[in-house]
Design a protein around this ligand. Structure first.
Ligand SMILES: [Fe+2]
Ligand SMILES: [Fe+2]
Length: 256
């Protein structure tokens, strides 16, 4: 069994410290094996915001994987930095082990994809080399592995030019994304390859709220069973607000 905390859109520089503390406590209480953070760790990609994000990752005290979001690239008012080395601070301030963004053990394989593009910040983009990387990474995987891809932008927008179900065709079981600050859990159908599970997290601790309260996902993977608990901020603590169950069948994942 593997328990994963999936967080997104932390936006340090515009966070509520009370929510940040409660988030650390709630995650510690559930003792996940791994935290996966699908981008937008900062609000404006400033050094002190990355340092706050790094401190938060250290407080979690568990292995963490991250990919950048559009807010983690050098801002538009620093055009030279944005053009020449947009991820310089992301790579400088976050632990190397976190932005190596891959994980492989007896039960899960996790692959992080950087969907950010400095000229296409809103929708992001997945390119052929990303899909090649997924294919290569899954070459030695077995049926006992749950194959997980995480990226900042929802695949529906980042995969323009590719069929929506490309990642499913490559054998991916679970896609984790963020960016839209709205929690959403669903099945993505692929005509010939069954379905995979999509988990889109809302913003974990930022005051940049849209329709959803702050929240994150706890994902329990146990062989052919996958459960997603969305935990949301009530004003005083994080609570379970939605539960989704899936099982793996011959034809891919379906609702339990
Ligand atoms: Fe965001
Ligand atoms: Fe974003």
């Amino acid at each position: 069994m593997r328990l994963i905390a999936h967080l997104s859109d932390l936006h340090f520089g515009r966070t509520d410290p009370m929510v940040v503390d409660a988030l650390v406590h709630d995650i510690a209480h559930h003792r996940p094996h791994l935290a996966i953070i699908s981008g937008d760790l900062t609000q404006r990609a400033k050094s002190h915001q990355f340092l706050e994000a790094r401190k938060f990752l250290e407080r979690l005290g568990i292995p963490v994987l991250v990919v950048p979001g559009n807010h983690d690239l050098a801002p538009v008012y620093r055009p030279l930095n944005r053009l020449l080395n947009p991820r310089a601070k992301f790579e400088k301030y976050l632990p190397a082990s976190a932005h190596a963004n891959g994980w492989n053990d007896d039960e899960i394989i996790v692959i992080g994809l950087d969907s950010t593009r400095h000229l296409r910040w809103q929708s992001g983009k997945l390119r052929d080399h990303h899909l090649d990387h997924v294919e290569d990474s899954l070459q030695d995987s077995g049926d006992h592995h749950c194959k997980i891809v995480f990226l900042h932008h929802p695949p529906s927008t980042a995969q323009s030019g590719h069929p929506f179900h490309t990642l499913t065709e490559l054998g991916v079981d679970l896609i984790l994304a963020g960016h839209v600050h709205k929690a959403h859990v669903d099945l993505i159908d692929s005509p010939d390859h069954g379905a995979c599970v999509l988990v889109q997290a809302s913003t974990a601790c930022s005051t940049r709220l849209r329709e959803d309260a702050n929240g994150y996902a706890l994902i329990r993977i146990d062989g052919p069973s996958l459960e997603v608990d969305i935990r949301g901020w009530s004003g005083t603590a994080f609570h379970a607000i939605h539960h989704y169950g899936f099982v793996r069948a011959e034809t891919g994942w379906r609702r339990a």
